[in-house]
Design a protein around this ligand. Structure first.
Ligand code: PGA
Length: 242
């Protein structure tokens, strides 16, 4: 896995957005898997500027939501799809039918997951991921088998606590549906995004020690086109030659 470090959050976001624009210009029909959460928000902000300035277009692209909370109404602002809409989708030229989301309110969740896998089809060209404090990728918590496809996942206590940051109420969900490790690891390119001091310890654990499904983010070290983008604070626990 390539590691790219930046001094500031703005340099980090600019560089990721620039590389993303290059990919979209080279492959306008790029198929992407994108996360909600706080980490990618500055990157999405740069992409919105690029689209609005006519420097890049999502017109022929496809976006799949990485994961979605259960137990929240479809219009809850904390839903992953709603977060993604606010920070990116509502401000770019992606046709609505090319935005795929997970309906966790579906009565037949197993069928919903199967349909998502069918839509994912031959896979993603580019996957962006944040990193959970326990190394989770999407809602693939520690211990998730690498062959897992789209599935319902029970959230670990630290994930439930962290998700309160997205909510305007106290009813934090305890489960969700996530794209599985199989499709994430098979994505032609995977960019792991880490920004801020709270991620320094897990960034270090991701890169050092064993590659293990107990730290899902460590599995990306084996990815042929994996790249970790860290700002100065998230990379603070790494040695200078890492
Ligand atoms: P965050 O979440 O970007 O809001 O820190 C990342 C994650 O838990 O995967």
């Amino acid at each position: 896995m390539q590691i790219v470090r930046f001094d500031s959050e703005s340099a980090w976001a600019d560089a990721i957005a620039q590389r993303w624009c290059e990919r979209l210009r080279a492959s306008p029909s790029l198929r992407m898997c994108l996360p909600a959460g706080h980490t990618p928000v500055p990157v999405y902000g740069e992409m919105v500027k690029a689209v609005q300035a006519g420097r890049v277009s999502f017109r022929s692209a496809e976006v799949f939501t990485l994961d979605e909370f259960g137990q929240l109404a479809p219009d809850d602002p904390g839903r992953c799809a709603q977060q993604l809409r606010r920070s990116l989708i509502d401000h770019i030229d992606l046709p609505p039918e090319r935005f795929h989301l997970l309906r966790t309110e579906a009565t037949d969740l197993a069928s919903e997951c199967r349909q998502y896998d069918v839509a994912i089809g031959h896979g993603f060209d580019l996957t962006l991921l944040g990193i959970g404090l326990n190394g989770h990728l999407g809602m693939n918590e520690p211990g998730t088998p690498v062959e897992t496809t789209t599935h319902r996942a029970e959230l670990h206590a630290s994930t439930v606590t962290a998700s309160r940051r997205y909510l305007a109420h106290a009813r934090a969900p305890t489960w969700g549906v996530t794209v599985g490790l199989k499709h994430l690891l098979a994505s032609r390119e995977v960019w792991l995004l880490a920004c801020g001091a709270s991620k320094a310890a897990i960034v270090r654990r991701t890169l050092q020690g064993e590659i293990t499904s107990d730290i899902p983010s460590s599995l990306l070290r084996r990815h042929p086109n994996g790249c970790l983008f860290v700002d100065g604070t998230a990379g603070a626990a790494l040695s200078s030659n890492e």
